[in-house]
Write a protein that binds this ligand. Structure first.
Ligand code: AN7
Length: 351
């Protein structure tokens, strides 16, 4: 069977009209898997991962992008623009290419993971790397989109949030209920906003009896919401969430407060620990920003949070293959030997 995509599957709950093209590159319907080891280790009732790295361009951005691009086509706009820490631009480039739209992307020079840049290049986007961070890039593309005939496809575009909310629908459709807690990384804060919107809508439709607590995690060096002020020079190993002035700041706070959740921060060390643990114990290769959700879970449980009777979903937002530099930086990661049986057996300890 041809994969349906979120526009068709959730059309009744999306801004779909008779003129919206219902196309798909295969986004959505991502795996919800149960933790093989960590669940027991932290004494959690049940722990699930929503594997958003399994989307066509390797991140959750595809859910929102397919809606944003479909609406641009419906309105007969032929070009899209975005600022990005990497994943939005990769997704915009792919979806624009598939619909013969021009994609213009503005990125912070030297601060996006190479896999994401590779995607923008192969999909034929016009790439502008600026001497400035994501926040400045976003300011620039906002101005450009007001001045020129081009659709802004950052999460300021409400169609992006609409598409991304389908991830909560899937979590509920799969579990038959909402989890008690949803742990999620926070950068520009569009995704936490979207998940919350999805849960609220399902609640209003009577599909769930209670909504989850939203547990958002920023990186310590890029934690404006936690600190309560704009961070001028955000820094973190998790380049995807290297953001100092999130566009959906207020909506993230609303999601936190209305759900009774928290927005907290995790250090780069915490992020890399969770990143390695996910890879080496759970068999999941996600990118560093994604590991912020699990780093947050580890932080809170170490501080005594009791989840023994609770269900938890951690959103793993993007694939580890996006950022192989972080994975291969660890030394020594392998042994170089002559191609000879005896030497190799010796190195493995089989001599
Ligand atoms: C893997 O691509 O902002 O809080 O420009 O790529 O909705 O911003 C990416 C963000 C988490 C944070 N995990 O989500 C961009 C961009 C990954 C990400 C986030 C991003 P938001």
């Amino acid at each position: 069977m041809v994969k349906q995509g979120i526009l068709s599957r959730y059309r009744d709950l999306l801004p779909v009209t008779a003129n919206t093209p219902l196309f798909s590159l295969g986004e959505g319907d991502t795996p919800l898997t149960r933790s093989p080891q960590l669940e027991n280790k932290i004494g959690c009732g049940s722990l699930y991962y929503k594997l958003e790295g399994c989307n066509p361009t390797g991140s959750f951005k595809d859910r929102g992008m397919v809606v944003a691009i479909a609406k641009a086509l419906e309105e007969d706009n032929r070009a899209v623009i975005c600022a990005s820490t990497g994943n939005t631009s990769a997704s915009a480039a792919a979806y624009a290419a598939s619909s013969a739209l021009d994609a213009i992307i503005v990125i912070p020079e030297g601060k996006i993971a190479l896999g994401k840049l590779a995607q923008a290049i192969v999909h034929g986007a016009r790439i502008i790397a600026i001497d400035g961070n994501f926040d400045l890039a976003l300011k620039i593309v906002r101005s450009l989109s007001q001045k020129h005939q081009v659709t802004l496809v950052n999460s300021l575009n409400p169609n992006r949030i609409e598409g991304q909310k389908t991830a909560s629908f899937e979590v509920v459709d799969e579990m038959g209920t909402a989890p008690d807690y949803l742990f999620i990384p926070v950068g520009n804060a569009g995704n936490i906003t979207a998940y919350w919107k999805g849960f609220v809508e399902y609640y209003q439709l009577g599909k769930i009896k209670q909504k989850p607590k939203m547990m958002g995690f920023q990186a310590e060096g890029a934690a404006p919401i936690v600190r309560g002020h704009v961070v001028d020079n955000p820094e973190t190993v998790a380049t995807a969430i290297r953001i100092g002035n999130p566009a959906s700041w207020q909506r993230a706070i609303a999601a936190r407060d209305e759900s009774g959740g928290v927005i907290d921060m995790v250090s780069d060390e915490d992020i890399l620990e969770a990143y390695s643990l996910l890879a080496s114990k759970e068999g999941i290769f996600c990118e560093p920003a994604s590991a912020a959700s699990v780093a947050g879970l580890l932080k809170l449980t170490r501080r005594g949070m009791d989840l023994s009777a609770k269900s938890v979903v951690c959103v793993l937002t993007g694939s580890g293959l996006k950022d192989v530099d972080t994975a291969t930086r660890k030394t020594p990661s392998f042994t170089v030997l002559p191609a000879n049986l005896a030497d190799i057996e010796k190195a493995i300890g089989w001599d």
